[in-house]
Design a protein around this ligand. Structure first.
Ligand SMILES: [Zn+2]
Length: 133
């Protein structure tokens, strides 16, 4: 899955590039399982500073998820990066991020029964209220 995974991620970045949507530079790195202590933590995007690339770090356990979850997680992170690119580092919510992912990629973000994002139709059509905003 590791090779496939990188192809899936690159495809999404390429898709936006082809649509003329600009993003800050991004480095995609595999993190350590310890960086993702909660069951539903699979990825994070870290804004370091103006002159450094965004770090999109994913958990090795993401490699074992299906394509729907991989895309759901990655598109949500890319939407965070879109907000970072607009200069909005901390003012956008997780719900706004999901809506932006849908706008960018044309696929809604669903949440499965474990509250994990997926682009495959699943249990919740919007981010459940009890999750971090
Ligand atoms: Zn998020």
């Amino acid at each position: 899955m590791r090779k496939n995974f990188r192809e899936l991620v690159l495809k999404d970045f390429k898709y936006l590039e082809d649509k003329g949507i600009e993003l800050l530079d991004v480095i995609v790195v595999e993190g350590d399982i310890k960086d993702f202590p909660h069951d539903r933590d699979f990825a994070m995007s870290i804004y370091v500073s103006e002159d450094k690339p965004i770090i999109l770090k994913y958990s090795p356990k993401l490699l074992h998820e299906d394509y729907g979850t991989i895309w759901g997680i990655i598109r949500h992170e890319i939407a965070h990066i879109w907000f970072f690119t607009q200069g909005d580092i901390i003012d956008h919510t997780e719900r706004q991020t999901d809506r932006k992912a849908e706008e960018l990629f044309g696929t809604p973000i669903f949440y499965d029964s474990k509250y994990v994002q997926t682009i495959y139709p699943s249990k919740y059509t919007i981010r459940p209220h009890h999750l971090p905003k």
